[in-house]
Design a protein around this ligand. Structure first.
Ligand SMILES: [Zn+2]
Ligand SMILES: [Zn+2]
Length: 221
């Protein structure tokens, strides 16, 4: 497949609305939804969503999902179970076409790792990303922007997993594995050409109406 051209937007014809039961959110077919889980700064959420739209060339909306991170609190670790939150998010992924990304300020972990920046259902529907470890002490000026930029990189990475991508050896690529804040800072806000190609193919396969959408080859942030 030829390298995708730069981002062209599909029309966001889907809206988030309540269904008749009133408790479950229903989405249109071509949306990536970013949902704050617990208290997350609104300006951080809005920055992440704006940059994601630019990077992916797909509609990205902000959703309100009734998940309480405290349900996933692990008292013995003082952290939050990422996989429990993934399961809860999956229950709210009403349409198979929807990709739902929860973002939280809670410290995430799983049974294997001391902490995770994010975790995703590989080739699935949902991901969870945390801003908890994305700030450094002493980063006063512009700290929110730096944190939001790192969070956007984590979201981009986890979304890649949701669309079936595995880790990439290109250190500049969004799909390169990050084990530390420094790793995230080294990573760019874009996918390498191989990952763009794979991601574009996956998006077109799963989201038929997105035939004119393409993953941007660069990102302004
Ligand atoms: Zn990964
Ligand atoms: Zn790559």
């Amino acid at each position: 497949m030829a390298r995708p051209r730069s981002a062209s937007r599909t029309t966001a014809r889907c809206v988030m609305r309540s269904n008749e039961a009133g408790s479950r959110l229903v989405y249109g077919p071509e949306v990536i939804c970013v949902a704050p889980i617990g208290t997350v700064r609104a300006d951080v959420v809005e920055r992440v969503v704006r940059w994601l739209r630019e990077a992916l060339g797909l509609p990205v909306i902000i959703g309100r999902i009734p998940i309480d991170p405290e349900d996933a609190f692990l008292a013995n670790r003082g952290q939050y179970d990422a996989r429990r939150l993934l399961l809860e998010l999956n229950e709210h992924s009403a349409s198979a076409a929807v990709r739902l990304v929860g973002i939280t300020e809670s410290d995430l972990c799983n049974v294997i790792l001391d902490f995770v920046f994010g975790e995703a259902q590989l080739d699935g529907n949902v991901a969870i990303c945390s801003a908890y470890r994305l700030s450094e002490k002493g980063e006063a000026e512009g700290r929110e922007e730096a944190t939001a930029r790192r969070l956007m990189k984590v979201v981009l990475h986890e979304l890649g997993h949701v669309f079936g991508l595995s880790h990439c050896e290109d250190e500049d690529c969004a799909m390169h594995e990050a084990k530390s804040l420094a790793d995230i800072d080294r990573r760019s806000t874009r996918y390498c050409s191989s990952c763009i190609e794979a991601l574009s193919w996956e998006i077109r396969r799963r989201v038929p109406s997105a035939t004119d959408a393409a993953v941007a080859t660069s990102h302004a942030a």
